[in-house]
Design a protein around this ligand. Structure first.
Ligand code: 13P
Length: 225
């Protein structure tokens, strides 16, 4: 399976000029990379970044509902129509600050799969994955990300050893299937990536802070290439 490196820009950068410049630098820097690079900017920057070469574009979230009077929400179908190919769901920041439940996360996964988006499903542990995947008919097009909130750079950045990551990857694959990808997220940077990819037995990574610096992000990707 080809490695997949996903950038979660969160609520960055400040304006569309900076977003465009960052995406352009990354797109140029990853030319020739045999894996996949996905950039997930805030919704507002997606239209202008869709034409970027060498990278795919994803959203950071979608609604759990298909349509309806839901102020501020964006549906999976709208994202698909726009040209997105990926969507992140279940991120611990949304679960913590916006009180998203696992039921909502599951509904988001289903909504996204229905319209043909690939789902980047963030979970903190095996139990969460079990609950979300319960009654789900398939795990195709789901990229599970083991991302413990305590490991996120802005939340303490606790280091998880590659060996511990490998154990979790094994446990999660028992739920989604041996051939389904499991990724890791939490303070991944150009220094930590090699050990995580090799010893952590992951198919890729979800990168926050380090993806906002084009030089650092490109050098991280080159360590995988
Ligand atoms: P950091 O890479 O900044 O720790 O963020 C991880 C993350 O939350 C990606 O979704």
């Amino acid at each position: 399976m080809k490695p997949i490196i996903i950038a979660n820009w969160k609520m960055n950068p400040l304006n569309s000029k900076e977003a465009f410049a960052l995406a352009k630098k990354v797109a140029n820097g990853v030319k020739g990379f045999t894996g996949k690079v996905v950039l997930c900017p805030p919704y507002i920057y997606i239209p202008q970044l869709l034409a970027s070469k060498n990278v795919e574009i994803g959203a950071q979230d979608c609604s759990w509902q298909e349509k309806g009077p839901l102020t501020g929400e964006v549906s999976a179908k709208q994202l698909k129509a726009l040209g997105c190919s990926y969507v992140i769901v279940g991120h611990s920041e949304r679960r913590k600050y916006l009180a998203e439940t696992l039921g909502m996360v599951r509904a988001k996964v289903e909504a996204a799969l229905r319209v043909g988006l690939s789902v980047i499903l963030c979970v903190e542990n095996v139990r969460e994955l079990q609950i979300i995947m319960k009654k789900m008919k398939r795990s195709k097009n789901i990229l599970v990300v083991f991302e413990p909130s305590s490991a996120i750079s802005t939340q303490g950045g606790k280091r998880i050893t590659p060996e511990n990551i490998a154990t979790m990857v094994g446990a999660m694959k028992k739920i989604t299937g041996r051939n389904s990808p499991v990724l890791y997220g939490g303070s991944v940077n150009a220094t930590s990536i090699a050990a995580i990819m090799q010893k952590g037995r992951v198919q890729g990574v979800l990168v926050g802070a380090a993806s906002l610096n084009a030089k650092e992000f490109i050098s991280l990707i080159k360590k995988v290439a």
